[in-house]
Design a protein around this ligand. Structure first.
Ligand SMILES: Cc1cc2nc3c(=O)[nH]c(=O)nc-3n(C[C@H](O)[C@H](O)[C@H](O)COP(=O)(O)OP(=O)(O)OC[C@H]3O[C@@H](n4cnc5c(N)ncnc54)[C@H](O)[C@@H]3O)c2cc1C
Length: 294
């Protein structure tokens, strides 16, 4: 077996051209923390690796008109450390801080986490509740789609041959908004999630006028818990309703049993995590509301 050709283009256009020229066996390479492990295990055999790390535009975090732009090769460590992200999208930093260990966070990227399309990808739930849009560039030009439509199944995204995820656009949050991310793993660090969950709410005059709930590792792709969201939207966050929403969210899950947990256990954990994530998000929304009122 020949080692893969290594290409390190300086622009997105050249990366796309290389991927097209090298054909099916060419893979974009970001931090390599997932891809290299899969290559070593013989699960994938790339004929070419197109390194995205030399493309400056992909490594940018920017805020414009209140919208956050998060480039695909921004590392998890930068997500944790970025003052803009900590201020505007703290739930993302909260999730990234719980991923792997410091060595992994220095290499692993946002785009790699999403493009690997594993059901347990920890950045998916927070980005789903933040209503992120995925920006994609390929041989046919650029396109954008809601992140929810990006995942197609375990290890499958909707990226077409030759396409690169270039980054994510996240709308600004209004006052009175709070979000939280929780992860349950078999140890407290360095593990993939048995279940992960994020919730984001906006409280207006004691009523939840915006609610988003997302779960990972409980279905072939990360999911939104729509029926739970609908139950809560427009309602005050009382205890019974939160309990019922968590129950509905767990029902929406379609977990499998694997070496990390049984399907039944995952469903129970999903219910607990959604309940706690909602509580935390509501507390943070209340605090945010108070801060705005001062
Ligand atoms: C010890 C260890 C601990 C880990 N802990 C966690 C954890 O806690 N939570 C978690 O979610 N994951 C975890 N992971 C999995 C992995 O590290 C992360 O998913 C990471 O974010 C992947 O990013 P990367 O930049 O290394 O991707 P890479 O390995 O470079 O790429 C992953 C896949 O995505 C493709 N790709 C990468 N970037 C792009 C792009 N911009 N456009 C199109 N395709 C692209 C590659 O071709 C490849 O198929 C862990 C892995 C290890 C080895």
């Amino acid at each position: 077996m020949n080692p893969p050709r290594y290409l390190a283009p300086p622009t997105i256009a050249e990366a796309v051209r290389h991927l097209a020229e090298e054909g099916e066996g060419a893979y974009p390479l970001a931090g390599g923390t997932d891809l290299v492990v899969r290559m070593r295990a013989g699960l994938v055999q790339p004929t070419a690796l197109v390194d995205l790390q030399r493309i400056p535009e992909l490594a940018v975090i920017a805020v414009q008109d209140g919208r956050v732009w998060l480039g695909a090769t921004v590392t998890l460590a930068k997500v944790v450390a970025s003052p803009e992200l900590r201020r505007l999208t703290p739930v993302l930093a909260e999730a990234a801080a719980q991923m792997g260990a410091v060595q992994l966070r220095n290499l692993a990227t946002v785009g790699g986490n999403l493009a690997s399309a594993v059901p347990s990808a920890d950045l998916a739930p927070p980005l789903l509740v933040l209503d992120a849009t995925a920006r994609i560039t390929g041989p046919a030009g650029e396109r954008a789609l809601p992140l929810e439509q990006f995942f197609a199944g375990p290890h499958r995204s909707v990226l077409r041959p030759g396409e690169i995820l270039t980054g994510l656009e996240i709308p600004a949050s209004d006052g009175g908004t709070g979000a939280a991310f929780l992860k349950f793993g078999r140890r407290s660090a360095q593990v993939l999630a048995v279940v992960n969950a994020a919730a984001r709410v906006r409280l207006h005059r004691g009523v939840l006028d915006e609610v988003r709930i997302a779960l990972g590792a409980v279905a072939p792709t990360p999911i939104r818990a729509r029926s739970a969201e609908i139950l809560l939207r427009g309602a005050p966050p009382d205890r019974e309703r939160l309990d019922e929403a968590a129950r509905l969210a767990a029902q929406e899950a379609r977990p499998i049993s694997d070496m990390r947990a049984t399907a039944g256990f995952r469903r129970e954990i999903a219910q607990v995590l959604v309940r706690r994530a909602l509580e935390q998000a509501i507390r943070r929304a209340e605090l945010e509301g108070l801060r705005h009122a001062l």
